[in-house]
Structures are given as C-alpha cells and as structure tokens.
Design a protein around this ligand. Structure first.
Ligand code: SF4
Ligand code: SF4
Length: 358
C-alpha cells in the first residue's frame, strides 16, 4: 500500500485508499434520493439504480476499490483565493466559471493517471482485472471515498478533508484483488451549516440532502431545457457551475494546490467578461473549449447560461456614464443576437432584456 501511495503521489494524486465492496448500508439513502426525484433530468443516475451501490455488479469480479483524490486548486491560486472568488461574483459583468472547470478536462486527466496507476500495480502483481472510473454516474464516489478515509461526506454532500478541504476530484480503480480496506474518515461538520445557509437557491434542502433540480451546478451543466425562472436571478454571473457551498466551508482554507499544470486556468475562459464570451460564435466556442470539461455542455446551453447572466447584469442600475454605456452595450449585444438564436436561447434573451434596470 505504501508503494502504491508513492506511485499515486508521483502521478499527482494527493491520497489513495481502499474500500470494500459491500455498500449495502448506502442503498436506502440512494433509493430515497432517486424516489424523491432529486436527481432531476439525470436519467442515467436512475438508470443504474442500486447497481451504483454494488461495485461487483458494475464490474464482475471486483473485490476491492482503490480510491484516489486529486487536488485541483490551480498551482498559482493566491493565498486569498476564496476572497477573490467572492469578489468575482460581485462584478456583474464578469463571467464566473467553477474553479474545477478552468483548466484541462479533469475526466481525461484523472482517467489517464488512474490507468497509469493500475499499470504500475499490474507490473508489480501480474495480470489484474480492473476498470477505472472518475465522476462516473454508476459509482457512489463520495461513499467510497468516505469509507476509505479520503474525506467525510459534508452537509453539502461533497467529500471533504481536514487537511485539504473539498477542492479535489475523486477517482476509483475497481480491482479483482482483495486488498485490506483503509480506515474510514471521521466527520467534522459539527454544528456548522455554512454551506446550507449560503446556497443561493436553497438546493441543500436538509443536511446531506441535495435537490439537484435546484442546484446551479446541475442547472448550468447537466440540465438541458430552459432554466426555471425562479433560479435565473440567483444564478448571478455564474455561467458554468457554482462553488458557493465550497467557498463558504471553513475547511477550504486548507484546500491544497494541485501539483499539475493541467488545472492551470485557461486564459479565454477565465477572467473574461460576459460580453467578451457572448461575442463568440460557435466555432470560437469549440476552439476555446477544446480539451475543457466546459465543451460538454454544448453551444445551446452555453448561450442559455450567458443570456441569463447578461440579464442579471442588465438589472444593475447604471449610475456613472461608464455604467450607462455598459448597460447599452449589454442590451445591444442581446438584441443583435436575438434573431439568429434558437427558440430556447431566444426566450432567455427576452427574459434578459426584460431585466433592464428602470
Ligand atoms: S453548488 Fe451552488 S447551488 Fe449547488 S448546492 Fe452548492 S451553493 Fe447551492
Ligand atoms: S460548510 Fe460546514 S456543514 Fe457544510 S460541509 Fe463545510 S463544515 Fe460541513
């Protein structure tokens, strides 16, 4: 295990663990979440049903799950990065993208490195049936992480760590090798409810219970249709994901920076204004999101999200000449794009134009 941990560290992982495959005690909670419909339009969640809690059904022959976590805070994140994130949200003209999505697509980074870790293990122990997963619908990642000591499940439902906050990705290697499990993590949320209180859409409906249909991360990334009206204003200037519950979490002052350049923010997607991004055509969107997780949402959802954020910027009253000029620019940009927009985006543009400050 020590050797495996050293290889993992060389590959950029911060910690690894081993979980057993009996997750039966997690099944009632999973079933209740699905029954409540809190997975929203993520039909793939329901499609796998309780298979998600049964690793040996997902990959026959699995005897253990090697769990891994990888910090993703960018290497050059400043010491006051949390304040800087809140500050960015206060600038209505700035486009805010979730921290984890600003660099290279983490699916690719983790999958490649998990496979390399599996290859190293195979060199050591010989042929080994295995399969790697990361952020994959069929796997109860947080449950496996908690059981193997990588972090406890916070009230916001993400895994978090005393030494590393929650700014990390999770990945797993299912192996047909019986490995001794590592000790489970202990929980340290205590009486804190910062993540619940800060959530702009009240998506954390109770401790450890997330209604994905209300969550800005889900709405901006996974949700295909129109953004429900009630969630448009709370979205603010967030165009891809939401970090609020993590930013508010006291443990994230211990969040660790990545050792990899992969998560360095990419210039056109970070620090841009809404108007700069709105000016892109589809070819530019595809070009600038090459290799980024953001490309997965596609052109229509990208425009839909931007239109909502532009509408929220339109609501800001213009007191100075500069602000008035900006308001005019926003309205012109929305009106100019309207004729060529698809029906759904056009409806969001109309909503945005209707937000103009009186
Ligand atoms: S990601 Fe944002 S919207 Fe979703 S639960 Fe956290 S704070 Fe709420
Ligand atoms: S904000 Fe508080 S309650 Fe929420 S995950 Fe962090 S420690 Fe737990």
């Amino acid at each position: 295990m020590q050797q495996l941990a050293e290889w993992a560290r060389q590959l950029g992982f911060s910690q690894i663990g081993v979980a057993g495959i009996d997750l039966s005690t997690a099944e009632p909670g999973l079933q209740a979440w699905l029954d409540a419909g809190w997975h929203g339009g993520m039909a793939y969640m329901a499609a796998h049903g309780l298979k998600r809690a049964r690793p040996a059904e997902l990959r026959p022959g699995t005897l253990s799950v090697i769990t891994a976590r990888m910090d993703y805070l960018p290497r050059d994140a400043p010491p006051d990065w949390i304040d800087a994130e809140w500050q960015a949200q206060r600038d209505p003209h700035r486009a805010v993208v979730s921290v984890y999505a600003r660099g290279r697509d983490y699916h690719k980074v983790l999958r490649t490195r998990l496979q390399r870790l599996a290859d190293r293990l195979i060199q050591e122990v010989g042929p080994l049936g295995h399969r790697v997963f990361t952020d994959s619908a069929p796997v109860l990642e947080v449950e496996l992480a908690a059981r193997s000591g990588l972090g406890w499940r916070g009230k916001h439902t993400l895994a978090l760590q005393r030494e590393g906050g929650s700014m990390f990705f999770l990945g797993e290697i299912f192996v047909d090798l019986a490995l001794p499990p590592t000790p489970a993590a202990t929980a340290h949320c205590g009486s804190c409810s910062a993540c619940i209180d800060v959530c702009p859409t009240r998506a954390i409906v109770a401790p450890y219970r997330l209604d994905a249909r209300r969550c800005i991360s889900y709405l901006t990334i996974e949700h295909e249709g129109p953004i429900p009206i009630e969630f448009r204003a709370p979205m603010g200037n967030r165009i891809y994901g939401c970090d609020d519950c993590q930013l508010a979490c006291p443990w994230n002052k211990y969040a660790q920076r990545s050792t990899l350049s992969d998560f360095d923010p990419r210039a056109p997607l970070t620090g841009a204004t809404l108007l700069q991004l709105w000016a892109w055509d589809e070819a530019t969107f595809l070009q600038h999101t090459e290799g980024s997780a953001m490309r997965r949402i596609g052109w229509t959802r990208w425009r839909r999200n931007l239109a909502v954020a532009l509408g929220n910027a339109c609501r800001e009253a213009g007191e100075t000449a500069m602000q008035t000029a900006l308001q005019t620019a926003l309205q012109t940009a929305l009106e100019t794009a309207r004729p060529a927009a698809c029906e759904m985006v056009r409806e969001h543009i109309d909503w945005a134009l209707a937000q103009r400050a009186a």
